[in-house]
Design a protein around this ligand. Sequence first.
Ligand code: PLP
Length: 372
Amino acid sequence: MAVRAEPDLVTFWRHDLGDAEAAKVAEAIAQRRLSQGPITGELEARLAAYLGVAHVAMTTSGSTALYAAAATLGIGPGDEVILPNRTFIATAHAIMLTGAAVRLVDCEIESTVIDASQIERAITPRTKAILPVHLNGNAADMESINDIARRHGLFVIEDACQALGSRSAAGALGALGTFGCFSLGATKIVTTGQGGFVATSDPALHQRLVLFRNHGVSSTFIARYEHFGFNLKYNDVLASIGLAQLDRIDEYVAKHRAQYRRYQAALADLPFISMLEMPIDDGRVPLWIEAVCSARDRVHEHLLERRIQTRPFLPDLSESPHLGNDDALFVRSKRFRRDGITLPCGPDLSDEQFERTITALAELRDLPPYGA
Ligand SMILES: Cc1ncc(COP(=O)(O)O)c(C=O)c1O
């Protein structure tokens, strides 16, 4: 049933939707289930069981999951939240929407996740929370972060928007802090186009978050408006897609790991490009295929000429003046920003598309070795 708008274009991401999703949507509509209802509840229960947490609350997106988590913890004007310089801007904007400020911390040398050893220096009397991001399914050092948070009386909000399915020795990423926030956006391992959720094992916090998600009220038959909140509710049509997708998460996890290994083998004899390290044998799941390379923009252009889409890494947050951090301080991030590239991937990438990508990259084999 798949229909391709540009059949020869290899897009940087290919998700995998089909008859199972279509059947579930038809079922939801036949039951007149449009807004947030029992199908959303079923998806919440399934996700909580998958992650090994007590509670999950669906939201409209990963961004609103982060916003709801921060707002539920009372984070607001005058507060600061510590987060990594290398993440998608949504992580920072969700915090800024509460009125709080963001304090950025640089990444590790060889990986894009926050360098936990620099966090303590960024703590001020205004700090309320640490917000590590498990970028591309890579794990921030949660043991150190939780220890710092305990010693300083801070909350930990995990941004696991790119990490559903990924695990460390301590458990599922996103299930290790006060709240874990996830995205079901279009390029995620399990997708409903838009959507997100907040995981926690604290029943009181979950209850507060559920109220916040619905303008601070617990029922449609409202006696009084008692708490601040907003409409961040999900809906049963998208939840029905989520259920069908979640049925296949183990298959997707295996596919992502296999794709990573396949790229690793194919790129091994191309010295100008080097994949970012991902400890998949320790439970991590690479959401995307990320590499660093010489002459990154040339690589991107060359592949595009061959109708193959890649995605240069996103900007550092420190480059954005409205976040109020000094860009010159984030030395390690700059290498990833300059050299990073996401190669075509996703559960529906075909063998032919993979081979075309490798062939196009091999045409560049005379570029200088990476890091030389
Ligand atoms: C690290 C990170 N945080 C937050 C978000 C926001 O999620 P959403 O697009 O579902 O709002 C994303 C989305 O890609 C993300 O990658």
